[in-house]
Design a protein around this ligand. Structure first.
Ligand code: BEZ
Length: 211
């Protein structure tokens, strides 16, 4: 069954390149990014895993753990990691799940039979510290993902979890945000002491509150 926003992220036990994990225990109080790739020793996946390894400090800063997955076994992941280091200039510094029996792929609906009935598509799940699914994205095998976008969404999710705001199109950390319509002007005076600009009664723009 599809995993949808707001659902509890399915828990599982899996073999990874860093040992067996129980997913929810491994996440602890962190945010999580679970992402699947179709196959080891393939070109697009090689660039993706190298890029995620390079920007892992950015996930760490956001208290977010990353974990990859394919239906290849962990000894294959480990051998491939050497190619990733050689060609991408980054050691894979996060666990990769070997999901040979497709347990996790099935739980998260990562196999889309009309795309491929044997390999996982490029799924991304962002999971909050409450273990609820906050973001799902699905890319086709032929398109490498934009992991900077995942960081941007985590910034938005972490901000909007703490304040009554939403983030506009293409928002980046530090830019103005939108006061959610559920907050009255009366309440907004208290919550947003820096004030706001009302372009329309429903479109009130305010400086990012935690800065
Ligand atoms: C790739 O990672 O390069 C890839 C994987 C499966 C199908 C097409 C491309």
């Amino acid at each position: 069954m599809a995993v949808r926003l707001g659902d509890e992220a399915p828990d599982f036990t899996a073999d990874t390149t860093q040992g067996e994990i129980r997913f929810h225990d491994w996440l602890g109080d962190s945010w999580g990014v679970l992402f699947s790739h179709p196959k080891d020793f393939t070109p697009v996946c090689t660039t993706e895993l190298g890029y995620v390894a390079k920007i892992k400090p950015e996930f760490d800063k956001r208290n977010a753990k990353v974990i990859g997955l394919s239906v290849d076994p962990i000894d294959s992941h480990a051998k491939w990691a050497a190619d990733i280091a050689e060609t991408q200039g980054a050691e894979v510094n996060f666990p990769m799940i070997g999901d040979q029996d497709k347990t996790v792929a099935d739980l998260y609906d990562m196999i889309h039979p009309n795309a491929s009935d044997t390999t996982t598509v490029r799924s991304v799940f962002v999971i909050g510290p409450d273990k609820k699914v906050k973001l799902t994205i699905t890319y086709p095998a032929s398109t490498g993902r934009n992991f900077d976008e995942i960081l941007r969404v985590i910034d938005s999710l972490q901000l909007t979890a703490g304040y009554s705001v939403a983030t506009p199109a293409n928002w980046r950390e530090g830019e103005d945000v939108i006061i959610v319509p559920a907050v009255s002007d009366e309440d907004a005076k208290e919550k947003f002491p820096k004030g706001w600009k009302a372009l329309k009664p429903y479109l009130r723009v305010t400086p990012q509150p935690n800065r």
